[in-house]
Write a new protein. Structure first.
Length: 552
């Protein structure tokens, strides 16, 4: 993921006798686990045909650990079924950012009077359930602006309103997305308590802000996961790795357990006396499911790749729906541009983006101001293009710029497949990329004329970085990948999964990316982890104490 991994193998006439692996840039607790465990596994198997360490196929979130810790601390006997070879799920791959309302940090920052004035202009009548929160915030701001207190203003109410504003949106059918006020409010108001609880497991927050309301654990998301695992195991939770739940067991309308399968394909049955908690993550790597449900743009199909691990396939959503659970906002998702089918990482895409001279779609035609490519998006011109594809085109200046950024960068990209093509002639590069040469050449000729004229009558581009004219030439196939899905199960504030009649399904709880209603139409980095961890904790507590709307 982050740099070279060097593998040295020694053989005799009949066998593998030794393996050494070096990879000092891999993520602690993820890539490093593979470095530690795979060599011995290969030696024992005398073959490289083995299952990889499941950090490369992560499904569930650290919310499993939050639920386990909370349930155990409330006296329940807990079994965690983890589909992968490590705990932590998608969370351990994240930045670990969460809400932190730290008065000490805010007091050390400059006043933010100017930024606050816009909140006073909002019409509370346009904020629905969030109206009273906005009114409270406006009074808070007025009081702050009329005083002379040092430091930056912040509050739970301000974070809630920012969350609502960022998350508002509609799908392509004009339907408003859901931002569940009560779900968000409960989590936001308990952010400090969640951080304190994680502190019991050894997690500490950095003394600086991540964004307007967020902070980051010291040592990032791994510290969060370590704290949760420490508390879960201390409370007696039994964690079973490489065990993937496949079906819920439902008896007389109540969820009484799950069936699961291990890495060898052997089936297992687990019975639950208190309840079952789903924290199986999103369905971002289920292209067919994304294409079936997505209602954001017209060009997103089952062929679109994913930035997520291969096991983020919506297991919990499917299991719960089969048990009668309601689904909400399933068409809501966002994409992130990278090399075709994981040809390059997000960071490598960042190096490539901006060096191209123009961009064409799969039909060889320009479709946007070429300068404005990339980024995380729920809607956008690329998502409406055939298969969500874009082809970055450039000449020797593009190649030179990339190799200047990282020595040997272009050769590295070319070695990964035909998504990154370099050829001496432009026609050859276009043909190898699968584009219609005649159409693409006509597009490029027209574009070069716009560069000479310094104006782009088609898409209003105002800044150019040269004509495409001097070989060698590069054509790079880029794709908007399914990145995050925002739809899923509907839960109440007790983390109970609700059915189509808005009634709790007895003994079934959920938290994390398997649920809906907490992001809206945009990824809310710094907010979402607080929400999912809070409901993981709630789910564990309510299941252990058998509290909520279902029968005892």
């Amino acid at each position: 993921m982050n740099g070279d991994v060097t593998v040295q193998m020694t053989f005799d006439k009949n066998s593998i006798t030794d393996i050494s692996v070096e990879g000092d840039k891999e993520t602690p607790g993820i890539g490093t686990l593979a470095l530690e465990q795979l060599p011995d596994t290969i030696l024992k198997a005398q073959s490289a045909e083995i299952d990889g360490i499941a950090s490369a196929t992560i499904t569930s979130d650290a919310i499993l650990m939050a639920a386990a810790a909370s349930a155990g601390q409330n006296g329940a006997s807990v079994i965690v079924l983890e589909a992968n070879g490590i705990v932590g799920g998608s969370t351990i791959r994240s930045g670990g950012h969460m809400l932190v309302f730290d008065n000490k940090i805010n007091a050390s920052m400059e006043r933010n009077d100017k930024a606050l004035e816009s909140y006073l202009e909002y019409d509370p009548g346009e904020f629905g359930e969030w109206k009273d929160t906005l009114l409270t915030l406006q009074e808070q701001i007025k009081s702050y602006l009329s005083g002379n207190d040092a430091g930056r203003f912040d509050s739970v109410e301000m974070a809630l309103i920012d969350h609502y504003i960022k998350g508002r949106g509609k799908d392509i059918d004009g339907n408003d997305v859901t931002i569940d006020f009560e779900l968000c409010r409960n989590a936001f108001e308990n952010a400090a308590a969640i951080n304190s609880w994680l502190g019991e497991g050894g997690m500490k927050i950095q003394d600086k802000m991540y964004n307007a309301h967020g902070g980051t654990p010291v040592d990032g998301a791994s510290a969060m996961v370590n704290a949760l695992q420490t508390m879960a195991e201390a409370s007696g939770a039994k964690i079973i790795l490489n065990m993937r739940a496949t079906d819920l067991i439902v008896e007389n309308g109540s969820v009484t357990g799950v069936t699961a399968v291990d890495s060898n394909g052997t089936k297992h049955t687990y019975h639950a006396q208190k309840g079952v908690i789903l924290a199986t993550g999103s369905f971002s790597s289920n292209g067919a499911m994304c294409a079936q449900y997505q209602r954001m743009e017209t060009g997103l199909t089952a062929n679109v790749g994913s930035t997520n691990p291969a096991t983020n396939t919506g297991d919990g959503i499917i299991m719960a729906e089969n048990a009668g659970a309601a689904l909400r906002d399933m068409g809501l998702l966002c994409t992130l541009m990278k090399g075709y089918h994981e040809g390059c990482s997000t960071g490598e895409f960042g190096k490539i983006n901006g060096t191209q001279q123009l961009i064409v779609n799969a039909e060889g035609k320009r479709f946007m101001d070429d300068v404005k490519a990339g980024g995380m998006t729920t809607t956008g011109v690329l998502n409406s293009q055939p298969d969500g594809l874009a082809y970055f085109v450039g000449d020797s200046s593009m190649i030179h710029a990339l190799n200047e950024s990282v020595e040997g960068f272009v050769d590295d990209m070319c070695s990964r497949g035909d998504w990154f093509v370099v050829a001496d002639s432009l026609e050859e590069a276009l043909a190898k990329s699968g584009l219609d040469v005649e159409t693409a050449m006509e597009t490029i000729t027209t574009f070069n004329g716009y560069v000479d004229a310094g104006t782009d009558p088609d898409f209003g581009r105002t800044a150019f970085n040269g004509k495409v004219e001097n070989g060698p030439f590069a054509v790079v196939k880029m794709e908007n990948h399914y990145h995050l899905t925002f739809g899923g199960l509907v839960i109440d504030t007790d983390a109970q999964v609700l059915d189509e009649n808005n009634q709790p399904i007895p003994h079934l709880y959920a938290a994390g990316d398997v649920i809906s209603g907490f992001e809206g139409a945009a990824h809310q980095s710094g907010d979402c982890l607080t929400v999912v961890l809070f409901y993981g904790k709630v789910a564990g507590q309510k299941a252990a104490l058998r509290q909520g709307g279902h029968p005892g």
